[in-house]
Design a binder for this molecule. Structure first.
Ligand SMILES: Nc1ncnc2c1ncn2[C@@H]1O[C@H](COP(=O)(O)OP(=O)(O)OP(=O)(O)O)[C@@H](O)[C@H]1O
Length: 680
């Protein structure tokens, strides 16, 4: 098992801007942090303060205009760093049709080095289950009522599985987005204390956190307090009260410190309503910071022991360079116990900080004060190691093995969903019986000609629609897990996609086969083995063309709702241009090219030729034309309708090309989604 690398994190003069319609918007503004290895850091601030953006920036998961640097030891984010870093998302994104033990085992198979034996990997998983206290539900299917899988484990247990997924690789740096959201107080405390325990062997953990209870807040070592993208405080948790006391701000007795701090640095509603307030704040502070702060990245000339890095380690030379302004000497002496006014922060008249709480001026003043504080000096004085870290990295399993593991995971998920399997296999059987019943006993007279054509068209339509619908609803859930795992560099897009296709293949073969085998005898279609086999084969190709098409739409769209809206717009032309509803010779020239790329047409033509070849037709009295029966053989009908010269092999090849193209485009769109995700 890889060792923990003790990695301090340095954020230096980091700003992040995103492009909006009105130009660039500053989301993070000149942030400076020095986080020693082995610490648990909380990022707090009001909604929209920039907490997630800061966490994502550290994780290297933002796309936008950034300035400054974020260093792990002395290295910026890279693939190398990504291997020792783990990001635990706020959403508990996982395969809800697996059990926690299965989920963690598959993550361990995918992400741990190939040198680790299966038994050892399983032991790692068992240790995680134990340390996260989820052994009791390790074999219960996670569940997801909205996906039709019965709720299995609780929200708190799910959150711990989510954290566990990030622990399998024994990461040296863990970034956690809101680990306590949606949890009751007890479970939230448990989750945070688990994170605290994980820092004991040198891991660095940074977490955004929303309204933590006092007991939870106290588990953290350092606090990053943000207000509208600005750093208002970065320092030890146990120095917060003293720091704010110097500005004459005291939390009321028995108050939750985190809530109090967030209230203190939030803009009032009135200020927020002023549309340009935040942009103005950005511009003014940027100018101020450029003029008044000298931000240096200090490189230690010698190799230093990363374990010894401590925020209290101040470079004395730098200390002299920075001047603390406007802080009366006697503030150190304030006795916190004497302060009893609970509304103290409402009345700010100490003269150090300008403006009333909730105003722009007040926040500007707080930021200015922090920029001149000893804490800022300490941050900037912490030495960045000169030498590249010697990371303990091992090679993961190869891509072929990864694809096999992902496929196996897909089949495990299916095995856990027996009802889903039964439903998918019953669906074609029931539909075939019902439709077969409607079309049963097709006569062999002239009216039977069109009925026969109708049933063939319906067979194709049902295969395409059944397979598209199955994919449109299933892929989005798997896509979420794929995006999460690919952000962790667990596997490339193509591995995921091949495994997805392989997992769906049994349905892609069984569903059309069941449908064709049942409907053929009921309706009286030709049942000799050769013709039945061709019917089944083209049903299979059509079903896979349908699922390929569905995968492509799902991969290209962001939500199942959009995919569902897009699907009919694209499927309807395919149906119209297949040659059943309209004679293809009568289609206007500007649109007639569509028939050449329509897979339904290629399948339909084969099915018609296959069915009509060798058939004999009769006429009722009323169908005779001048005493003659117009169509007496299938071949006659095929010639009349333009189906006679169809080449089975050519059409099969076209279908295969269509399927391959839709798969290729799906991989392309998934890769694009992955890049988009990286920039969220
Ligand atoms: N890509 C983007 N384009 C435009 N604005 C963005 C973008 N990303 C973030 N923002 C804005 O930046 C601000 C900070 O967003 P962020 O999600 O980091 O805040 P947060 O503190 O995590 O908020 P919350 O607690 O509500 O999740 C918000 O006002 C948000 O609307």
């Amino acid at each position: 098992m890889s060792e923990i690398n003790k990695i301090p994190i340095f954020v230096r003069d980091f700003s992040f801007n995103v492009k909006t319609k009105k130009g660039y918007k500053t989301i993070l503004d000149h942030i400076n942090l020095s986080i020693p290895s082995g610490s648990l850091v909380a990022i707090i601030g009001a909604s929209g303060a920039g907490k997630t953006t800061l966490l994502n920036s550290i994780a290297g998961r933002v796309l936008g205009k950034s300035e400054g640097s974020i260093l792990f030891g002395n290295e910026p984010h890279s693939n190398r760093i990504n291997k020792i870093l783990s990001y635990v998302t706020q959403q508990d994104t996982m395969h809800t049709n697996l059990t926690p033990r299965q989920i963690l085992r598959f993550v361990s198979d995918l992400r741990l080095p190939k040198t680790i034996k299966k038994q050892e990997k399983n032991q790692i998983v068992e240790n995680i289950l134990k340390s996260l206290q989820i052994e009791h539900c390790a074999d219960t299917i996670v569940g997801s009522p909205e996906s039709g899988i019965k709720r299995g484990i609780s929200g708190g247990e799910m959150k711990r599985v989510n954290i566990g997924m990030g622990l399998v690789t024994n990461p040296s740096v863990i970034l956690v987005d809101e680990p306590t959201s949606g949890l009751d107080a007890q479970t939230a405390y448990l989750c945070t204390s688990i994170l605290k325990d994980l820092t004991k062997d040198g891991r660095t953990i940074i977490s955004t956190i929303h309204q933590p209870r006092q007991s939870i807040f106290e588990l953290f070592d350092y606090l990053v307090l943000l207000s509208h993208g600005k750093l208002v405080y970065f320092g030890p948790i146990n120095e917060i009260e003293n720091y704010f006391a110097k500005m004459n701000f005291f939390p009321p007795r028995n108050t939750n410190l985190a809530d109090w701090l967030i209230d203190l640095v939030s803009l009032s509603e009135g200020e927020l309503k002023k549309e340009e307030t935040i942009n103005k704040l950005s511009k003014e502070l940027s100018v101020y910071q450029k003029d008044e702060i000298q931000l240096d990245i200090i490189h230690d000339k010698n190799e230093i022991d990363l374990n010894e890095i401590d925020l209290n380690e101040v470079d004395k030379d730098k200390e002299d360079d920075l001047e603390i302004q406007d802080i009366p000497d006697d503030f150190e002496e304030i006795d916190l116990d004497k302060i009893t006014n609970p509304n103290f922060i409402q009345n700010n008249s100490n003269g150090i900080i300008k403006g009333e709480v909730g105003t722009l001026e007040f926040i500007k003043s707080l930021v200015k004060y922090y920029n001149n504080s000893n804490l800022m000096k300490k941050t900037l004085s912490m030495k960045i190691p000169k030498q590249k870290m010697d990371l303990h990295l091992e090679r993961p399993v190869n891509l072929f093995k990864k694809t096999l593991i992902l496929t196996k995971r897909g089949f495990y998920g299916l095995r856990n969903q027996k009802r889903y399997i039964i439903q998918r296999l019953l669906q074609p059987a029931v539909l075939a019986c019902f439709v077969g019943w409607i079309f049963s006993g097709i006569p062999s007279n002239q009216s039977g000609l069109m009925d026969r054509l109708g049933i063939l068209f319906f067979i194709l339509l049902s295969q395409i629609l059944l397979s598209i619908m199955a994919v449109l609803f299933v892929l989005p859930k798997e896509k979420a897990v794929f995006l999460r795992e690919s952000m962790d560099s667990a596997y490339p897009t193509v591995c995921f996609f091949i495994s997805k296709v392989l997992t769906d293949l049994p349905f892609g073969i069984l569903v059309p086969t069941i449908f064709a085998v049942i409907i053929t005898p009921i309706t009286g279609l030709q049942t000799n083995p050769k013709q039945l086999l061709i019917l089944i084969l083209f049903c299979i190709l059509s079903a896979n063309a349908g699922s390929g098409f569905g995968l492509m739409i799902s991969a290209a769209t962001r939500t199942p709702e959009i995919a569902l809206t897009m699907a009919p717009v694209m499927v309807v032309p395919m149906i119209i241009f297949c040659g059943f509803m309209i004679d293809l010779n009568n289609i206007t020239k500007t649109l007639s090219w569509i028939q050449y790329i329509d897979p339904v047409k290629y399948s339909f033509f084969v099915l018609v030729k296959n069915e009509f070849t060798g058939l004999k037709f009769t006429c009722t009295q009323s169908e005779l034309v001048q005493g003659v029966c117009p169509i007496t053989t299938g071949e006659q009908f095929l010639k009349f309708k333009g189906f006679y010269n169809v080449n089975y092999w050519e059409n099969a090849l076209f279908m295969i090309a269509f399927i391959l193209l839709s798969w290729g485009l799906s991989v392309y769109f998934l890769s694009k989604a992955r890049k988009r995700e990286a920039g969220r």
